[in-house]
Design a protein around this ligand. Structure first.
Ligand SMILES: Cc1cc2nc3c(=O)[nH]c(=O)nc-3n(C[C@H](O)[C@H](O)[C@H](O)COP(=O)(O)OP(=O)(O)OC[C@H]3O[C@@H](n4cnc5c(N)ncnc54)[C@H](O)[C@@H]3O)c2cc1C
Ligand code: SF4
Length: 492
């Protein structure tokens, strides 16, 4: 612990962000790093509290508490305070394969369980993490690590999201020959086609893919396993196969008017926007353009927020986001105490931008869409809603009830459905392989990563359901350990 009184002397500072109204003019990242001097002060706020909850990585009350990859947070905070950047980077890379992703877009469950957060604002762990890794790249400290020995064992990984990339990195460094199959034209999974560029610049993703390639990992793009190459062929060619296919099957809304033109799943909207930006800076016109239109996003989560931010950059006429739940309280309530993840109201980047453009937060709470109405050409023109209230039934369980007299009609020429994900899309793949699924997710047999089929493993969202990048990295690291063990026992 470098400075014993840092947490008393310095206040938590908000990471540097570009002004909301200015950043709506482009698709560049909205956040930036701390300066060195600021970072030193922020690092010194860490109390080195003896039993650091920030890196415990557990589920409490259904939410992630502490860092799932057990980042050595107090250690790097101290090194940053002392100006030992290279050492801080070494500590960070011990537990995290890709801090440049988590340092930008992780919701930072570590900060919610920071001991300082019991009485004061938490240490700004996430931004310190980002600054350490960005400094590492800027100073040329991150160079390809070519494995010195090869084991002769071959592993195929299906899906190039963070789970696939983390497991590929671990197994490649262990000397195995790793091939990653990806159905998209670019690697990265939701890091590439999901999370928009203003949250995570795609050059950052591409930089990491390039490094992994230089280190020896082979990427096969535009190849859907199960269709373009059969699962059987894979089993014949490789000693082990890991399914990291994600959980991108979107939940639909079965209401009147759902099939009207202009109603899309959020992922259709977000993926096309990023692809068109990367392919042609939008010159190919291959995206859904909300310019001058009224946009409604159904679903109160982060995917919905990314749709709001995208529509704002396209100069939509208006944007509203419907959420089923009531507005969160300003502070923790008695049933959501530290160290659990704080379920409190925050103004995320997209909402800050909407406020700057239109003067108000675009979120509407406790609202349910009853039907969508199309015009004479079949294009959506309005949504009919009603407010809901959460009430307790006689058996003590909560349910939502319509509030009479709160019916409302909203104009909309575009509607994006962002009400969550059901599970893995690649059902045909699991059928071909004979892999069992449970609730649309790949079932494990040992509570970990082995499936019911010899030599086939699963990790990431495909196994645990839609989650976080940091959990996907954790799964990638853990599945690699199991595969290593399996390959060690396997006679080739
Ligand atoms: C819009 C959006 C925004 C998000 N924002 C955040 C955020 O800010 N912070 C955060 O922590 N988390 C965020 N998440 C969640 C996070 O992105 C996921 O939890 C994480 O990417 C899961 O990683 P994964 O590797 O398991 O799967 P994915 O990232 O989903 O990758 C799976 C890959 O498998 C490929 N694939 C599937 N089937 C096949 C097949 N048969 N053959 C070949 N390839 C196949 C897919 O094309 C895809 O590239 C967000 C999710 C969405 C949808
Ligand atoms: S990966 Fe996420 S939870 Fe872990 S230290 Fe970084 S911001 Fe915190």
């Amino acid at each position: 612990m470098g400075k014993a009184t840092g947490f008393m002397e310095y206040k938590r500072e908000k990471p540097t962000e570009r002004k909301p109204i200015a950043r709506l003019n482009d698709w560049k990242e909205y956040s930036a790093c701390f300066s060195d001097s600021m970072l030193k002060k922020q690092g010194s706020r860490c109390m080195d509290c003896g039993t650091p909850f920030c890196h415990m990585g557990m589920e409490i009350q259904g939410s992630t508490t502490g860092c799932p990859i057990h980042n050595l947070i107090p250690e790097w905070n101290d090194l940053v305070y002392r100006g030992q950047w290279k050492e801080a980077l070494d500590r960070l890379l011990k537990t995290n394969n890709f801090p440049e992703f988590t340092g930008r877009v992780c919701p930072a469950p570590c900060e919610g369980s920071c001991t300082l957060a019991i009485s004061d604002p938490a240490v700004t762990i996430k931004n310190i993490e980002r600054t350490i890794i960005d400094k590492g790249f800027a100073n040329g400290w991150i160079t390809p690590r070519i494995p010195k020995k090869k084991t002769g064992k071959k592993v195929a990984i299906i899906g190039s999201g963070p789970a696939g990339l983390a497991s590929a990195d671990q197994l490649n460094q262990a000397g195995h020959s790793v091939t990653v199959y990806e159905r998209d034209d670019r690697a990265g999974g939701l890091l590439m086609y999901g999370i928009p560029n203003m949250k995570l610049d795609k050059e950052i993703v591409q930089r990491r893919i390039g490094l992994l390639q230089q280190e020896g990992i082979h990427f096969v793009l535009n190849t859907e396993v199960g269709k373009d190459i059969t699962a059987e062929e894979l089993q014949q060619q490789y000693d082990a196969v890991i399914l990291c296919t994600g959980a991108q099957k979107q939940r639909d809304l079965s209401i009147e008017g759902r099939n009207a033109e202009g109603v899309h799943f959020a992922m259709e909207y977000l993926t096309a926007a990023t692809k068109s930006l990367l392919d042609s800076n939008f010159n190919d016109g291959a995206f859904i353009d909300t310019k001058g239109k009224d946009v409604i996003v159904i679903g109160g989560g982060d995917t919905g927020a990314d749709c709001v931010a995208t529509a704002l950059r396209q100069n939509c006429r208006s944007v509203v986001q419907f959420g089923k739940h009531p507005k969160l309280p300003a502070e923790r309530t008695s049933d959501n105490m530290w160290p659990a993840y704080p379920n409190v109201y925050t103004l995320e980047y997209a909402y800050e931008e909407a406020e700057a453009r239109f003067g108000s937060d675009p979120r509407e709470y406790s609202i349910q869409t009853k039907k969508m109405v199309a015009d004479e050409y079949g294009r959506v023109k309005e949504l009919h809603t009603v407010e809901m209230e959460k009430v307790m039934g006689e058996d003590g369980t909560y349910f939502f009830k319509e509030v009479p007299g709160t019916e409302k009609v909203w104009p909309a020429q575009y509607v994006f459905i962002a009400i969550g994900f059901e599970g893995t899309e690649s059902a045909f793949l699991t059928t071909q392989l004979g892999v069992e699924t449970k609730n649309h997710l790949i079932a494990d047999t040992n509570g970990k990563f082995k499936t019911n089929v010899e030599g086939i493993f699963a990790a990431g969202d495909a196994r645990r359901g839609q989650s976080l990048i940091v959990w996907a990295i954790n799964e990638g690291r853990e599945v690699a350990k199991e595969v290593e063990e399996y390959l060690g026992l396997k006679v080739v």
